[in-house]
Design a binder for this molecule. Sequence first.
Ligand code: HEC
Ligand code: HEC
Length: 354
Amino acid sequence: MKMTSRWFLLRTCVAAMALASPIAACSSTPSGPSTTSAEVGATHYAKTCALCHGAHGEGYVADNATALNNPEFLTTASDDFLRRSIARGRPGTTMSAWDRLHGGPHDEDAIVAIAAYVRTWQKEPTVTLSEARINGDATRGAATYAARCASCHGATGIEGPNVHLGNAEFLAVASDAFLERAILRGRPGTTMQGYQGKLQFAEVADVVALLRSWAKPVATGDVPIPGTLGPIIAHPDGPEPAFVVGNRYTSADAIKAELDRGAAFGFLDARPPSDYVTSHIAGAASVPFYEAKDYLFALPKDKWLVSYCGCPHAESGQLADALLASGFTKVTVLDEGFYVWKDRGYPVRTGAIP
Ligand code: HEC
Ligand code: HEC
C-alpha cells in the first residue's frame, strides 16, 4: 500500500506549537505501522467499525460516532489511546469493548492491526504531549463547563450526546494535556470548535481540573461471554404480533404492547456480547451483527424477530439485513434502540442469561 512511503523514521522535536499555550510539545513523524498489520486491520475495520465511524473514519454514520480521521485527534491520540479505546470501549455508550477479554470479537493482534489501520489516516506529525498535571480549579471550571460545554457533553459529562467526557475509560486514556489541547484547538470539521481566544488559558485549566475530578477507577476483570442462544421465542404459542412485513422499524411502545399480550416473537441483541452482558432486553438472544451468519441456522423463519442495538439502527440494521438476505421476512428493528427501551422502564436484565 502506498501509504508506507509516507512514514519516515525521522523524529524531530519542536520547541513550540503554533499554539501559545504552556504545554510543551514535541513532534515526531509517525513511526509507521507495518503494512500487513494495517491491511488486516482494514478488513476488521470494514466489518465492525465502518457502520458507525464511516468507511474512512469520517465519523457520524451512526449517532455521535466520532471522526477518527480528524487530524487533531490522530496527532494527539497515542497508540495506547487508540488500542485501549478500541479494546475496552467506552462502557455506557454505544462504543463497545471490542477485544475478546471483554466479550468482543477481536484478539489482541486484531486490535493492534485496527489501530494501525486507523493510524494510516494520519497525515501530519504526531504531537507528543506533556505528561504533567495541569493545575486548575474544578469549582470555577464547573461554571465555565455548564455555560460552554454541557449542552453537547452533558451536565456531568455522561449525558451526551457527544463524547462522554466523564467516562472512566476516556479519562483513563486522556491526559490533561490531551484535554487542554482538544479544548483549545477543537476538532475542525466537527461541531467541536476550538476555544483558543474564547476562553483564557486559566479558564481552560479550570475546565480540565473539573473533567479530571470525574475520573474514577475503571472496571477490571473478565466479562463472562454469553453461552448458548437459549430459547429465541418467549411465548411460542402466543398470538402473532401485529408487526408489518416490510416495515423496517417498529416503535418501542408497539413492541412492548405485543410483549405484554404474550405475542410470539423474539428479541435479537445485535451488539457485541460485552454490551449484552452489561444489560440487555429481558429474554433477548445475543446475536452479534458481525457474525450473524453463524447464528442463522438456530433462528426460526416462521416467527417474528426484533433486532436491536444501542446506536440505535446501525448494528441492528446490519443484523436485520443479514436475516432478510437469508430469506427471513418477519424481521423488524426496534426503532428507538436499547437505551430508550431501558429508560422507559421496560424489562431489561444483566448477565449472560437471556
Ligand atoms: C455502534 C456504533 C459504533 C461502532 C460499531 C464502533 N464505534 Fe467507536 N465510538 C462510537 C461512539 C458513539 C463513540 C463515542 C463514545 C462517547 O460518547 O464517548 C466512539 C468512540 C470511539 C473511539 C474514541 C474516540 C475519541 O475521540 O475518544 C475510538 C478510537 C473508536 N470509537 C474506534 C472504534 C473502532 C476501531 C471500532 C471497530 C472495532 C468502533 N469504534 C466501533 C460508536 C461506535
Ligand atoms: C456544539 C457541541 C459541542 C460543544 C459546545 C463542545 N463540544 Fe467538545 N466535542 C464535541 C464533539 C462533536 C466532539 C467530537 C468531535 C469528533 O468527531 O472528533 C467533541 C470533542 C471534545 C473533546 C475530545 C474528546 C476525544 O475523545 O477526543 C474534548 C476534550 C471536548 N470536546 C471538550 C469540550 C469542552 C471542555 C467544551 C466546553 C468548553 C466542549 N467540548 C464544547 C461537541 C461539542
